[in-house]
Ligand binder design. Structure first.
Ligand code: 5AD
Length: 483
């Protein structure tokens, strides 16, 4: 199978769509024209993209949790609690793991067992099993826009039911929901599956309904240097735009050094805009999302609030359009609604308190973001070259060649040669770049940064630094120093 970054032809799309809607009985409940009318009747205040654009214009950073339980009534109560007690500006519906793997029979058993036991036996809300009408019973009763958040390599049916079900935003992408989540799915396949999702969103756009799309920024969430996740975000933006997506929110996961984090969002915005314009998609809207720390959390709840608050501060100083909020239960598993609301309120305090301050144009940030953009150009130029101008083809070749290489990813389609480590100020650098095609200047820059740390710690640059860095925040530090 050869993948191309080309809008899927009508006949190809519609014959695929027939099969997709047969994957589970609720697929029959999707009626595109009826869904268009339903979406058009959703008030503006509950449209995800509209709320984001308003925040972007006003320089505000919105807060959004993750949340999902097995049963409808409880899920509604949970989301209602998060918007009232948690002051959430945007709502999620986190989908359970069976649904993410297209295992709808097991999701059904999970629903039944949850009814029997009176507690949620799924780690999210099984959208596909519930179908269009029950999804609408959720999305229609809340005051804020609701987005579907998941981690699904093949989300075609999930997209169909979600949009018809009244959700106005959909997370994921063919790279970002494959490489960090899956071992065996080929990139050709998942890019094709996500072209379907984007093509469907494009079809709604053509019918006058705007659906917000958010590629998943943080990837594995573990020492992912900004140039890697930003390059993937730019590529996923180009692929989505080609299928007709008009409203994109691109993301980045906090690394922990404030200057680097603010610079990453700055570089992401600038280059995504540049690439979308360059390839003819200047009518696509871009907003940004900053993810609070995605790595290991402290067990202690008060210490977790420290991590959460630092993320909220970095997000607002970077002028991200929204921030995805963690909870003080992160180290334990799925949070209670109270813990979830507590993480939100801690974040809200920071996003409101610091909203008049911006770090985006201070000299240190500009310098760092210039470096990130140089790194991204090295990667993106090579992707373009490998694909002979086609970014889908180029992406597959780039992963094969290790030109894009995501640290700590489980996928066998990822080279796994790069080794990231923090420098002496905690910014994420490369101890080894593997086959990422950096210029000599950039290679020297990274080596120099790690040598500075090694000298300070009186130990050689080594893999031990990587290990120490992975566990540092859980132990109360950003940089994994020797004892
Ligand atoms: N409710 C709340 N948070 C969830 N996460 C995953 N599933 C749920 C859920 N059902 C969170 C994890 C982690 C992130 C990737 O998603 O705790 O923070």
């Amino acid at each position: 199978m050869e993948i191309k970054n080309k809008k899927i032809a009508n006949d190809v799309f519609f014959s695929e769509r027939k099969e997709v809607l047969k994957q589970w009985p609720t697929g029959e409940g999707v009626d595109f024209d009826e869904a268009v009318n339903y979406q058009k009747a959703i008030p503006e205040t509950k449209q995800f993209g509209k709320k984001l654009v308003k925040a972007e214009i006003e320089g505000e950073t919105l807060i959004q949790p993750r949340a999902g339980v097995a049963l409808c009534k409880e899920h509604i109560e949970l989301l209602h609690f998060l918007e009232t007690e948690g002051e959430a500006d945007l709502l999620p519906t986190t989908v359970d793991s069976y649904t993410r793997l297209n295992r709808y029979k097991e999701a059904q058993t999970g629903i039944e067992r949850s009814i029997e036991t009176g507690r949620s036996m799924l780690n999210g809300f099984p959208i596909v099993n519930y179908g269009v009408d029950l999804c609408r019973s959720v999305t229609s009763v809340l005051s804020n826009p609701v987005q579907v958040r998941h981690g699904t390599p093949d989300a075609r049916l999930l997209t169909e039911i979600s949009i018809a079900g009244g959700f106005t935003s959909f997370e994921g992408g063919g790279i970002s929901y494959n490489i960090p989540y899956s071992k065996n799915h080929s990139l050709e396949k998942t890019i094709a599956h996500w072209q379907y999702t984007d093509r469907l969103v494009g079809m709604y756009e053509e019918a006058g309904v705007s659906i917000n799309r958010e590629p998943f920024g943080p990837l594995t969430g573990t020492l992912v240097a900004p140039c890697i996740s930003n390059s993937v975000a730019v590529i996923e933006s180009l692929l989505a735009a080609e299928q007709g997506v008009k409203d994109l929110t691109i993301g980045y996961g906090q690394c922990g050094n404030l200057i680097q984090d603010v610079a990453a969002i700055r570089a992401l915005k600038l280059l995504a805009r540049e690439y979308l314009d360059k390839f003819g998609y200047s009518d696509v809207t871009i907003t940004t999302v900053f993810h609070q720390w995605m790595g290991g959390f402290p067990q202690d709840e008060s210490k977790s609030f420290g991590v959460i608050s630092w993320g909220a501060a970095a997000a607002v100083l970077a002028k991200a359009t929204k921030v995805i909020v963690k909870t003080p239960h992160e180290a334990m598993g799925v949070p209670t609604k109270e813990a979830n609301a507590a993480g939100l309120r801690a974040s809200k305090q920071l996003t409101s308190m610091l909203k008049d301050q911006s770090f985006t144009e201070i000299p240190a940030v500009i310098a760092e973001s210039n470096i990130i953009m140089q790194e991204m150009k090295c990667i993106l130029d090579k992707v373009e070259e490998l694909g002979k101008g086609d970014f889908a083809l180029g992406t597959v070749a780039a992963f094969e060649a290790g030109v894009i290489d995501v640290p700590f990813a489980p996928s066998r389609y990822n080279a796994g040669k790069v080794m990231p480590a923090r420098d002496n100020l905690g910014a994420v650098r490369f101890l080894s770049v593997g086959d990422i095609p950096f210029s000599k200047d950039l290679l020297d820059f990274h080596r120099e940064k790690l040598e500075q740390r090694a000298a300070f710690e009186k130990r050689p640059v080594s893999f031990q630094m990587v290990i120490d860095d992975v566990y540092a925040i859980g132990k109360g530090f950003l940089i994994g120093r020797p004892k």
